[in-house]
Design a protein around this ligand. Sequence first.
Ligand SMILES: [Zn+2]
Length: 414
Amino acid sequence: MNIINARLRGKTGLYRIQIDGQRIGAIVAQSAVIQATGVTDLDAGENLVTAPFVEPHIHLDAALTAGEPKWNMSGTLFEGIERWSERKALVTHEDTKTRARKTIDMLVDHGIQHVRTHVDVTDPSFAALKAMLEVREDTRHLIDLQIVAFPQEGIESFKNGRALMTEAVAMGADVVGGIPHFENTREQGESSVKFLMDLAERTGCLVDVHCDETDDPQSRFLEVLAEEARVREMGERVTASHTVAMGSYDNAYCYKLFRLLKRSKINFVSCPTESIHLQGRYDGYPKRRGLTRVAEIDRAGMNICFGQDSIVDPWYPLGNGNIVRILEAGLHICHMLGYEDLKRALDLITDNSARTLHLGERYGVEVGRPANLLILSAPDDYELIRSQGHALVSIREGNVIMQRSPARVERLLG
Ligand SMILES: [Zn+2]
């Protein structure tokens, strides 16, 4: 199969991408637009062809539960955790699998093929984890799924928290999680980070910590995580999610912190729609945005990407799987609508996210890599954002797994 008349990010002109079986066989420059021949050519129509979109931070085990049994009326993170704790009592194996599968379909519909999901393991029955381990196998033809052992109710402050985390990794979780700002004390927060880094180092797992997801400027577990990563030289395998307290740190502290963050080489995930919704809830005016310093982290040469976090769950009532919607909102919220940012905006949902997931050579539009590709509805990053565009075709290991027909508008006057 060939994709013809394709534009590629960072390159000028048109290209033909030859797919040999499950791999990209060749990428050849075209001197002009060419006509498709038969069924073996997919015409990109002079639009962008990219590697798949990546969802680096989602909670598939909680998705599609908003309002069950009660809605989050305050809109706060902490009421969300309370509501989830009630819903969690009703979680069954089939319930989790059904909701996760529906949500994965939504992600696939929007061109996502790599997903990192946090799964709550503060549950001695591991109902959600067992279900998600099966979902990971059942959906391999659609997505690569990384499962984070996520201690929603704490490692040190939840009964047998350490044992549950260790067991979750033994059962097959790919990534070790944490939630230090939610532990009962500063000391517990710090010891939870050391514990989870030890566990990851011992088992070879990646790390992704819900870190400082609060407007409290005194929540400073990011420095603990970064220093642990630096000393152990594990930074490229470690991710700090949210870090929204950084939006409230004063500049003097942040200046010092950035030096450590850069040396640590850790990755960052921001979930802009979730954070703008959950944070700033205890402020009058002026009201904080409650996001981490996305533009500043990016400008400093560190790796940051955007995630959806929730789809219709106790923390966030909206969402449809469309990561381009998150990107557009994030660029607005983070003051990143300058032309230089718009020109490379897709980095935040493609290459940067792939680096966070540590995908290495399993990702990218290069000869020899897996033929996992999207045909988008626009010729460049800027136009995709401006037109609120979509992935029109999603190809996985050489097979078309999703095709979208663009909406057609007929002007009846003028
Ligand atoms: Zn999260």
